[in-house]
Ligand binder design. Structure first.
Ligand code: PLP
Length: 387
């Protein structure tokens, strides 16, 4: 069993994918060709914003957004402590300061109460200017944007939505990647909408920001290719990835989103009453299930649960084993005074299970049975240790 079976997806979509790629080979327009423009229009329409600017990967999409807003030294950017490293890396890379915010113990996303406390602490200290909330749609679930938006208005902050894992999520009828003033996503192969290589995109309803991002991704291009009006970078999506992503976007809309939600719902139902916590999706929210992440009981040793799962042929992953504030690249005595206890606790207890739109129901049932047996073994070990 694969953790995320990309081969099965390729087999299902092979005729369309092969045809789309062959058309690019025929056209020979490999960089920012017609499929790239077509994909950008389709992505913007799906997400429900006016503009989409594709780029090299999800990390550079975040960097482009920060560059559009000219975020740099002296700016505080509020980032959840529990996310992939890139969410905070881009902040430090542009010279700004990431301020780590604790997360909600059930949704894994930014905790608005701690967000306001961290904003007030930065204001009180007076060293940095609170500038941006970089909210992450972790594991496919949108961050709590109604609360984040009201805090952003109150404290005059911009919202950058890191939708690398969030593409396809919803709050009510509104889709992820439309909640931030700017939003980004990633087409890394294992993300909800994945390419066969790297890729990313930025979304915004502001034409001026989209134009600046488009210029920045092509060496600060002005009116023509050899007119450079700003210092930018090279971060482009290529036509092969775009052509492939158009096929995958169609499948994502037609049936993959439903299929992955069905598989996730089956896990949640089958795990009811077991001593672990299943993922919590708040009323009115919908997830695109980039990951299905459970929280193990404190007594069960996670390494043992994983070993028992492996022995039963079930792969599992730990997203994430360490809070960002404790990463060597960020670790500082100043941050030690501001721990994020929920994020730290989750890092000890989370476990992600195999999930993708092509998971067979009998595979899901096998995962559940293996997990229940693994948990029982791990809890017995804990009990024996205590006696
Ligand atoms: C994957 C990911 C990124 C980075 O995307 P890449 O395309 O790999 O650069 C950023 N943020 C989060 C939350 C991610 O999961």
């Amino acid at each position: 069993m694969q953790f995320r079976d990309l081969k099965r997806q390729y087999e299902a979509l092979r005729p369309q994918i092969d045809e789309a790629l062959a058309a690019v080979f025929q056209s020979q327009a490999y960089i920012l060709g017609p499929p790239v423009q077509a994909l950008e229009a389709e992505l913007a329409a799906y997400v429900g914003v006016a503009h989409c600017v594709s780029c090299g990967n999800g990390t550079e999409a975040l960097s482009l957004a920060l560059a559009v807003w000219e975020i740099g030294p002296g700016a505080a950017v509020f980032v959840p402590d529990f996310t992939f490293f890139a969410s905070a890396e881009v902040v430090a890379a542009c010279g700004a300061t990431p301020v780590f915010v604790d997360v909600d113990a059930r949704t894994f996303n930014l905790n608005p109460v701690d967000l306001e406390q961290k904003i007030q602490a930065v204001q009180a200290e007076g060293r940095l200017r609170p500038a941006v909330v970089l909210a992450v749609d972790l594991f496919g679930l949108p961050a709590p944007y109604p609360e984040i938006q009201s805090l952003a208005r109150k404290h005059k902050l911009l919202i950058l939505e890191d939708g690398a894992q969030g593409f396809g999520g919803r709050i009510g009828a509104q889709r992820a990647c439309s909640f931030g003033d700017m939003a980004t996503t990633s087409f890394f192969p294992a993300k909800p909408l994945g390419a066969y290589g790297d890729g990313g995109a930025l979304f915004t309803s502001r034409a001026e920001w989209a134009a600046r991002a488009a210029s920045l991704r092509s060496h600060g291009q002005g009116t023509d290719r050899y007119d450079h009006v700003r210092i930018g970078m090279n971060s482009r999506l290529d036509s092969l990835q775009a052509a492939l992503l158009r096929v995958k976007l169609r499948a994502f809309q037609d049936y993959e989103w439903e299929a992955v939600n069905r598989a996730a719902a089956a896990y949640t139902q089958a795990l009811e009453g077991s001593p672990l916590l299943t993922p919590y999706v708040p009323e009115g929210y919908a997830s695109s299930w980039a990951q299905y992440t459970v929280i193990l009981p404190r007594a069960a040793r996670r390494a043992e649960v994983q070993r028992e799962l492996r022995a039963r042929g079930v792969p599992s992953m730990v997203y994430y084993p360490r809070p960002l504030h404790a990463q060597p690249a960020f670790h500082s005595p100043a941050q030690e005074a501001e721990p994020c206890p929920v994020a730290s606790d989750l890092c000890q207890r989370v476990l992600s299970l195999p999930l993708h739109p092509y998971l067979f129901p009998e595979e899901g049932a096998r995962v559940v049975a293996a997990l229940q047996a693994a948990l029982q073994t791990a809890l017995q070990t804990a009990l024996q240790g205590a006696l």
